[in-house]
Design a protein around this ligand. Structure first.
Ligand code: NAP
Length: 316
């Protein structure tokens, strides 16, 4: 039997990369093996990956030499940065450059770069609809990723630019789910007006990435976008209501109200939602549900995700 192609997975202990690790391990005859990259081989999550059958290797995105070692001998790599660890888009870009350099140095045959749009292509810094942040960004955690997309091509690395979507897990971990108002009624508040939000179960991002590695050459040089569904606030509130067995209503905030919520990153996320809403057709159009299902036939709907996760959503 041919030797398995190794996929080095950045963010293997996290949400996107973890889904890809599990997708590879769950398909032992698929022709791929997984190398899980982490800064901390001794963490519980890294140990669990090793126990599940992954090769676990230490590297740090801030340390180019460690990435070269970690990518050596691999067929491909899944590359993701974690903006929310440091809130610094310049740092994300330096990390992306380090990964691209390492990919070129080690001759990888296929990289997936987990990216998002550079919002400034649609909303230039001179556009007063939303504030400019940090002097040079509109949506820092989008712009930093999207405006470094070129580095892979510049270095001649065979790459798929994967446009991801809003995770439904944000309703669990990011405090974005329905909350009780002062009268005890459950209310979903998102600054989306009546526009549709392309969104996905994060585990499905990893499964789609696996589908892309399986299809291989067909996806090199492409920029596929993925989503589980495109849903309005009313549709999401109705689905929450069905799952929770309680009335849930949708109350759209304005982007200004959302930016004013004051938690770290509220301005970045307020601008993001405004971009989603103002560019609904382009943004959803770049993330077709049927093309996503073609990569990942097990793609979940929001109802299916809620059926499994409804008790994990903090609503008090
Ligand atoms: N939330 C959303 O709706 C959403 C939607 C689309 C895109 N995103 C983007 O997704 C990204 C985060 O991905 P995620 O949700 O999969 O992250 P996550 O679950 O928070 O996990 C972060 C992962 O990144 C690894 N990591 C972080 N810094 C590293 C470094 N310096 N060197 C090596 N590994 C490092 C961590 O590994 P160790 O700790 O084990 O080293 C961990 O596995 C963000 O940039 C965000 O903008 C989020």
């Amino acid at each position: 039997m041919a030797e398995k192609k190794i996929i080095a997975v950045i963010g293997a202990t996290g949400a996107q990369g973890g889904g890809l690790v599990r997708a590879i391990l769950n398909d032992p005859n698929g022709g791929f093996a997984v190398r899980a990259i982490t800064r901390k081989k001794d963490s519980d999550k890294a140990k669990a990956l090793a126990k599940a059958g992954a090769e676990v290797v230490e590297a740090d995105l801030d340390d180019a030499a460690s990435l070269k070692k970690a990518f050596a001998g691999a067929h491909g790599a899944f590359c993701v940065t974690n903006f929310w660890e440091h809130f610094n888009a310049d740092k994300e870009q330096a990390q992306a450059r380090n990964m691209a350099d390492a990919a070129r140095a080690t001759g990888l045959k296929h990289v997936i770069w987990s990216t998002l749009e550079d919002v400034r292509r649609w909303v230039p810094l001179t556009d007063k609809r939303m504030p400019t942040l940090g002097g040079k960004w509109k949506v820092p955690h989008f712009d930093g990723k999207g405006s470094i997309d070129h580095v892979w091509n510049d270095l001649g690395v065979p790459t798929t630019l994967l446009l991801t979507s809003f995770y439904w897990e944000n309703f669990i971990y990011f405090g974005m789910g329905p909350k009780k108002d002062k009268d005890g009624n459950l209310v979903l508040t998102l600054p989306m007006g009546n526009k549709k939000l392309p969104s996905i179960a994060v585990e499905d991002i990893g499964k789609c990435a696996y589908g892309i590695f399986r299809k291989g050459r067909e996806f090199i040089g492409k920029r596929p976008g993925i989503a589980g569904e495109h849903l309005t606030g009313v549709q999401m509130a109705t689905a929450f209501g069905r799952a929770l067995g309680k009335q849930v209503s949708y109350k759209p905030l304005t982007p200004e109200q959302f930016r004013g919520l004051g938690f770290p990153g509220a301005d970045d996320l307020g601008n993001m939602f405004q971009f989603y809403a103002d560019y609904e057709v382009m943004f959803s159009g770049a993330r077709g549900v049927e093309s996503t299902r073609a990569l990942n036939p097990a793609l979940q709907t929001f109802d299916q995700w809620l059926a499994v996760n409804k008790d994990r959503i903090p609503i008090d």
